[in-house]
Each structure stands twice: as C-alpha cells, then as structure tokens.
Design a protein around this ligand. Structure first.
Ligand SMILES: NC(=O)C1=CN([C@@H]2O[C@H](COP(=O)(O)OP(=O)(O)OC[C@H]3O[C@@H](n4cnc5c(N)ncnc54)[C@H](OP(=O)(O)O)[C@@H]3O)[C@@H](O)[C@H]2O)C=CC1
Ligand SMILES: O=C(O)[C@@H]1CCC=N1
Length: 261
C-alpha cells in the first residue's frame, strides 16, 4: 500500500497496522517533509515511477486533492483501490479523480487507530464481495470497522472522526473546573483522564446503555444526582452537544459541496 501524506491521521493508521503485526514491507510512504515514519517503513519524497500498488491511501488535507491526484495516476492501475480519509470528499469526487481505479473507498477513522481502538466508517464504490471482506479485515486491525451509507457520512465524520476532540474538550473542562474549585492542576488532569478512561472502558464492556450506567453511579438524593441535575436542566448538555455535532456535520457537507464544484 502506498500512503500519500503521512501526518497525524495516516501516521496513526500506520502505527496501528504495524502494532497489529502487519509487515512493514507492505507499506510505502510518500510525504514531502516528515523526517521519519513509524516502523522504518520505506519513505519517499516523490511518487515513485514504474510501480503499481494494490492500495493507495490518501492522507493529505482535502483541499489538496485536485493538485495531488494527477501525480498519482502512474501508481494507480485497474487493480488499485484508492482509499481516502479526506473529510468531506465524496466517492463521486474520488471517482472523478481516479476513473481508472478498481475501487474508491472512504475511510473515516480517528487517532485511536494507533491503539487499535478507533471506529472506522467505510463506504466504497467498485469493490466485489472479496474486496469488501479484505478491506474490512484490514480495518479490523485499527478498531471497529462499519459500513455506512454515504448520505450519513457527514454526521459520521462529526461523531467518529471529530469526536475525540469533543471528548478532549470535556476532559479539559473537568480538569479546569476542578482547578477552579481548588485541586492542583496536575492532580485534576490526572484524575479527569483516569476517570474518563475507566468510564469509557466500562461503557464499552457493559450491556447497559450509558444512560443506565449514569443512573447506577447516581444514588438517589446523593452527590452525583446533584451534578447530573445541572447537566440535565433543560437538556443543557444534550443541546450543547447537538449544536456541536450539527456544526461539524454541516462543515463536512460544505466541504463536500466545495469539492464538487
Ligand atoms: N486528524 C484527525 O483526527 C483526522 C483527520 N482526517 C483526515 O485526514 C487528513 C489528514 O489530516 P491530518 O493527518 O490531521 O493532517 P496533517 O497536517 O497531520 O497531515 C497532512 C499530511 O499531508 C502531507 N502533505 C502535504 N503536502 C503533500 C503533498 N503535496 N503530497 C503528499 N502529502 C502531502 C503532509 O506531509 P509532511 O508531514 O511530510 O509535510 C502531512 O503529513 C485530512 O484529509 C483529514 O480530513 C480524518 C479523520 C480524523
Ligand atoms: O477536522 C477535520 O476536518 C478532520 C475530520 C475529522 C477529524 N478531523
């Protein structure tokens, strides 16, 4: 697989694949200035000539697609699947830039790929059943892949792709609030992170939905209920999170429109 642009996101994917035991000679990276890439994988500054790849993974910023796609035609043959993590870049746009490719695939992961703990939303055009199975198995190393209807992709991007940033804000807010109320900064952050890690692991492993888990923490008339009452008053948290997801989803849709023009 040729990885084109190895920054935060595709770097995390490469880390995840290597940590899962995939051989490093399965990957080649083309990236203009990054000094090194995970696992001593082959690192090139320019797109190689005279080589074809079964997979080409696009990992640069979405607005660069029109400039970079022409440089990739030589490495993209009829047996190539072009995979893209580019937010707001539709299958139709990918197909327009890579008409000869066997398949084009949208992949929406997040940075937890490096730990094999990312959701990975998938949508494709051109794969047969075996190709879909192979793709799913490849993404399984990064976490939990899931096929998604493309008309839901903007929302899925906001939830699965951007989601970690929203959670980090919440963790930061917990720590900052605890500092304001009197805890030392290091201790506040450490407690907030450890608590979040445990709570997420419990939610992931429990057959109870998160709402039920919250009720299991909150004793009637006790400490937690008093705090939940603040979050729940006039659905304060639900409204804030809805506005957050809506704004991110709408930006993804806007980027898709820009890429169409
Ligand atoms: N960050 C995230 O959590 C997520 C990001 N995405 C998507 O991932 C993509 C990359 O985002 P992210 O990793 O955050 O961004 P980064 O800025 O970390 O990475 C972008 C990479 O593009 C490379 N690049 C720049 N110019 C070229 C070029 N001409 N040819 C090839 N590569 C080039 C850069 O290479 P170099 O470093 O060598 O200069 C850089 O490593 C975006 O499309 C984004 O929508 C999707 C889901 C989550
Ligand atoms: O912010 C972005 O545009 C990308 C998409 C999802 C996460 N990062």
């Amino acid at each position: 697989m040729l990885i084109v642009g190895c920054g935060n996101m595709t770097g995390a994917m490469l880390e995840g694949w290597l940590a899962a035991g995939l051989p490093r000679d399965k990957f080649t990276v083309v990236t203009p200035s990054r000094a090194s890439v995970p696992g001593d994988v082959e690192l090139l500054r320019d797109v190689p000539e005279g080589r074809h790849f079964d997979g080409v993974l696009l990992g640069f910023k979405p607005h660069m697609l029109a400039d970079i796609a022409p440089t990739l035609q030589g490495v993209t043959g009829e047996a190539t699947a072009v995979l893209s993590v580019l937010a707001g870049t539709e299958l139709a746009s990918l197909r327009r830039h890579f008409p000869q490719a066997e398949a084009v695939v949208r992949v929406m992961p997040n940075l937890a790929c490096a730990l094999g703990k990312s959701p990975v939303a998938l949508a494709e055009d051109g794969l047969d059943d075996a190709g879909r199975e192979d793709l799913f198995a490849l993404m399984r190393h990064l976490g939990t892949p899931e096929w998604v209807a493309e008309d839901r992709y903007d929302l899925v991007t906001a939830l699965a792709g951007s989601g970690p940033a929203f959670i980090y804000r919440f963790i930061d807010a917990l720590g900052a609030a605890a500092v304001r109320l009197g805890l030392p900064e290091d201790q506040a952050r450490a407690l907030a992170i450890a608590m979040t890690e445990g709570a997420a692991a419990l939610a992931a492993g429990s057959y109870h939905p998160p709402g039920k888990l919250a009720d299991m923490v909150a004793s009637p008339g006790g400490v937690t209920r008093r705090g939940l009452d603040v979050l729940d008053e006039e659905e304060a948290l639900t409204r804030l999170v809805s506005d957050t997801l809506r704004a991110a989803r709408d930006r993804s849709a806007e980027m898709a429109r820009e890429a169409r023009d």
